[in-house]
Design a protein around this ligand. Structure first.
Ligand code: ADP
Ligand code: MG
Length: 605
């Protein structure tokens, strides 16, 4: 029986390029992995500024420029050779690695799957060298001029391995991953400046001097950065520093739990467990805290040589480390402000309701209810007389004594039920069936006054208080010139002014509402309004402007103490005014908290 040996290929050593491409398969998955390797190299070279240009999510181009130590021309071929590194020479060195790289594979891998170019000049030497390498083939090393440091260009990633190229995602996705890598490294390495551009536009930037909190602000926004509580703890030569975030920033994933070990970003199960323990009882189940924590320790006490891409570590004395970290973090977490600020509820309410949603609920068809007339018991403009409760004052009674009031048919204001509370002499707290509102008393009254003034103006029924002796206000010739053309329009809103000599304005009468304002201030406001609305403002613009100022002047201010009766009268008028959701300047007059907001804030739902 003959035994036929099937034909088989002979065993052979793989060509260098194929070896490197296989190695690249492990560490170079996408543009972000190239970015990671190149930025880590720049950091290992002691760079203080790293500039990164990306095109098409890094697939078309990744260019990195650093101001690090540089590579001597003679070593450039080695930099691109596999298993060639300046960071490790002995297996014993593996026990105390202080650099981000040490395997000597990255540049060889990258050069095997892309078209690369490098220029490098060692610090303090007069000339550098450049080289091109494509598909693993190293070109000629040429002496050339250029700045100290290293510039590497990686073009057309995976041009010779189309199968890999097909796995790449949309440009925005690849760019997002590149930025994520850079941002993590930028958070890990305060002291180093980063600039990233994408297709010529600046995508991220931190200056070297920015500290960790400033970097968190730049990366994730001020709301988070401002809420962070600092952590500082030490156990022997192990130092923990950084920030923990209040529980309300918790997320569904651990992507904002950032740990840095001696400047190296880490993602590790043990560290996730540390945070879980530190936040126990402060965070609802299933949610993940947010923290930015930096560990600095003797490299000999930790093994980072676990996996090239996974960023895991193994602590030599894991138990002690765990206890130290949990205890220090718990201390910091307990100092955090755990309350849910109304601001966030407002945000969520705004998102839920969409823009300008509140007016709908207040469009009751009713004409403005008029202020009761004098006497005013004190300096501030009140809404009711102390002696006459608003419910007992028929609107027609008010009308009888006010030239500008609605006829007797005007309905009475809707009474406001429930207790009211004035807070800080500025805000009125009103409970309603579905939560409560906080009303800005000035903003609301200003709006109501403005609407009244407009109504009076429209009816030609502005009540004027005439002066027996005109008040003379010195304004100067130029200002008097400016006001003169508008005297007629101003008279329509109850401002009776006249030119008196070259630089003086005589005030003959003011709107009856202007009880508090002194004529001189008023005239200067008119001048300012004319100046602001342009050289030749339309009468309407000017009136509008002055009405706004007038409304402001004749309204209760923040800081005015209001009686319960006054608060009730103010709110009752607001009920009947459809425009009362913002003040005359567009600021909201009220903030509404629904029961749903409260439930959310207290995690009841
Ligand atoms: P590793 O970083 O693991 O040593 P790399 O392939 O990433 O391996 O780099 C090989 C060598 O090239 C490094 O050890 C370093 O000496 C040199 N090198 C790479 N990039 C830079 C750089 N930006 N500045 C200075 N030297 C660099
Ligand atoms: Mg490296």
């Amino acid at each position: 029986m003959s035994h036929e040996v099937p034909s088989r290929p002979a065993i052979a050593q793989l060509p260098e390029l194929v070896k490197n491409q296989i190695a690249a398969g492990e560490v170079i998955e996408r543009p972000a992995s190239v970015v990671k390797e190149l930025v880590e190299n720049a950091l290992d070279a002691g760079a203080s500024r790293i500039h990164l240009d990306l095109e098409e999510g890094g697939v078309a181009l990744i260019r990195i420029v650093d101001d690090g130590c540089g590579i001597p021309p003679a070593e450039i071929p080695l930099a691109f050779a596999s298993h060639a590194t300046s960071k490790l020479s002995d297996v014993a060195d593996l026990d105390h690695i202080a650099t981000l790289g040490f395997r000597g594979e990255a540049l060889a891998s990258i050069a095997s799957v892309a078209r690369c170019r490098m220029f490098s000049r060692v610090r303090g030497t007069p000339l550098g060298a450049s080289v091109e390498i494509e598909g693993g083939r190293l070109g000629e090393i040429r002496e050339s001029g250029g700045p100290e440091g290293t510039r590497i260009e990686v073009r057309d990633l995976f041009f010779n391995t189309p199968a890999r190229r097909r796995f790449l995602k949309a440009t925005a996705t690849e760019l997002g991953r590149c930025l994520d890598i850079v941002q993590r490294l930028a958070l890990a390495q305060p002291g180093v400046g980063f600039v990233v551009t994408h297709d010529g536009r600046r995508a991220f930037e931190v200056e070297p001097a920015m500290d960790l909190r400033a970097r968190v602000r730049r990366t994730f926004g001020a709301e988070l950065a401002d809420a962070l509580a600092p952590v500082e703890a030490r156990d022997g030569d192990t130092v923990l520093s950084g920030f923990v975030a209040p529980p309300r920033f918790a997320r569904n994933d651990t992507t904002r739990q950032m740990w840095f070990l001696n400047g190296r970003p880490l993602r590790d199960k043990i560290l996730a467990r540390v945070l879980k323990d530190a936040y126990r009882g402060f965070i609802v189940d299933g949610r993940q805290s947010v923290a930015f924590l930096s560990l600095s320790m003797d490299p000999a006490k930790v093994d980072v040589n676990v996996h090239p891409a996974k960023a895991e570590v193994r602590f030599r004395d894991e138990r002690r480390m765990f206890g130290f970290l949990v205890a220090s973090l718990r201390g910091a977490v307990s100092t955090l402000d755990m309350a849910t600020p109304g601001e966030r509820m407002i945000d969520s309410a705004a998102r839920r309701d969409g823009p300008a949603p509140l007016a709908r609920q207040f469009t009751l068809p009713a004409p403005a209810w008029q202020l009761p007339p004098e006497p005013r018991p004190r300096e501030l403009p009140v809404f009711v007389r102390e002696s006459a409760p608003v419910e007992a004052t028929p609107a027609s009674g008010a009308a009888a004594s006010s030239a500008s009031s609605e006829p007797a048919a005007a309905p009475r204001p809707t009474p406001v039920r429930g207790p009211l509370l004035q807070v800080g002499r500025t805000y009125i707290l009103v409970a309603n069936d579905d939560g409560f509102e906080i009303v800005d008393q000035h903003a609301l009254h200003e709006r109501l006054t403005l609407e009244d003034l407009k109504a009076e103006l429209a009816r030609g029924a502005v009540e004027v208080q005439r002066r027996l002796v005109p008040e003379l206000v010195e304004v100067g010739g130029a200002a008097a010139e400016l006001v003169e053309p508008h005297l007629e329009s101003l008279a329509r809103i109850g401002l009776l002014l006249a030119r008196f000599g070259s630089g003086t304005i005589a005030v003959h009468g003011v709107p009856a509402r202007f009880r508090r304002s002194d004529p001189s201030a008023l005239v200067h406001e008119v001048i300012a309004a004319v100046e602001r609305t342009g050289a030749a403002p339309g009468a309407e613009d000017l009136l509008e402007e002055i009405l706004h100022r007038t409304a402001c002047r004749s309204s209760v201010m923040a800081g005015d103490e209001l009686s319960e009766l006054e608060m009730r009268a103010l709110l009752a008028r607001a009920r009947d005014e459809s425009n009362s959701q913002t003040c005359a300047h567009g600021r909201p007059t009220r903030v509404r908290f629904t029961l749903a907001d409260l439930e959310k804030a207290f995690y009841r739902r």
